[in-house]
Design a binder for this molecule. Sequence first.
Ligand SMILES: C[S@@+](CC[C@H](N)C(=O)[O-])C[C@H]1O[C@@H](n2cnc3c(N)ncnc32)[C@H](O)[C@@H]1O
Length: 379
Amino acid sequence: MKILITTSPGLEQELQKELLELCGKTASFRPQGPLELEVDINELCLILAGSFLASRVLYPVAEFHAWEEEVLFKEIYAIDWQNFFDKSYKGMDTFRIDAHGRTGGCDYTVQQALLKSKDALVDKLRDQWGERPDVDKENPSQHIEMFFSDGKVEVSLDLSKEPLHRRGYRAQLIGEAPLRESRAACMVRMSEALLTMPAKIYDPFCGGGTILIEAAMMLRKIPPALLRAVPNWKFIPGLADSYRKTVADLKARALPSSPIPLLGSDISKGALIRSRAAAERVGVKTDIILEHKSFQDQEIGEGVMISNPPFGERLGDELDAQLLLSEIGKKAKFKTQLSSMTLLLPTEYETAAGLRPTRKLRWKAGPLALSAVKYDLRR
Ligand SMILES: C[S@@+](CC[C@H](N)C(=O)[O-])C[C@H]1O[C@@H](n2cnc3c(N)ncnc32)[C@H](O)[C@@H]1O
């Protein structure tokens, strides 16, 4: 079957590499869209259970051309929604549709297409079942993604339901700036710690611990979907069983402890408490040593540093980003034996640490332009 795999913008190339490692297949890029891959059920389960970088796995249900709103309505109405929706379990499914792309040359906008498509879906199920599904923008049980490329329309069902980067190990935080799990995982991959096995991994601004938890899971080969619900789609026979088997096989191959010590520190006691709780939920608490210390006081020896230091706009004015980054650069260069440092920082500060980036990935987090930058420190 053909699937589409989405990730946070900027992570596509790393996701392509990860998919190759997982399934031995090269997913193809689509302009400004998800990656596309032909998979069997085992490969689908490997991606759902084992991808650290994917956000969603989509199953295309229709592809057509619609220049007019009326044609769009008819095509969406023609889809066999009853195959995908459920009205038996806890009542009728709820749904949300998200749309992306451009509708150049069409007699509708993306926003109008969304409304029209919602009407067509609701009409179809009401005509068939006598009941209509409700829209739930926050917590729908069905999530539909539409991609518009001028007259071309693709409609997909989200097989992952909740985004895959929501691993489920951390509590919901209000007003904090935790790093998205898939981005933290991407930084770990960029550091090459999984290949080079450095003496230690440090995160001296560890906050809720996302980077170290992702690193511990990756080093121990713990499936990132460990705490997630089992996907169960009746139109993919055997999916739930196959998925359970995949997770069990992955768990059986996981290492009992991390081959590399992971060291986290932070000036916030609250963040360290949350870090510990999150690490415990996913079973990596004993792999991560946490200390209540400032970066300035933390001793950093051999190994690599992967970190997401504070910068004004995200966490209030804790420190001036420019000054902090130059302090980090000097310490890394002259007072540690680090072989590399991978930082997440605002794009305009890529060289503020006074070091030359050896690799960088740029991405957006809301209105912020961020860069994940690796600095090689081997002298
Ligand atoms: C952007 S947050 C890190 C978020 C973390 N990656 C996560 O996913 O939760 C930056 C952290 O740096 C900490 N911090 C600020 N100044 C510090 C300093 N001088 N030394 C150590 N930690 C500091 C803050 O308490 C905050 O938890």
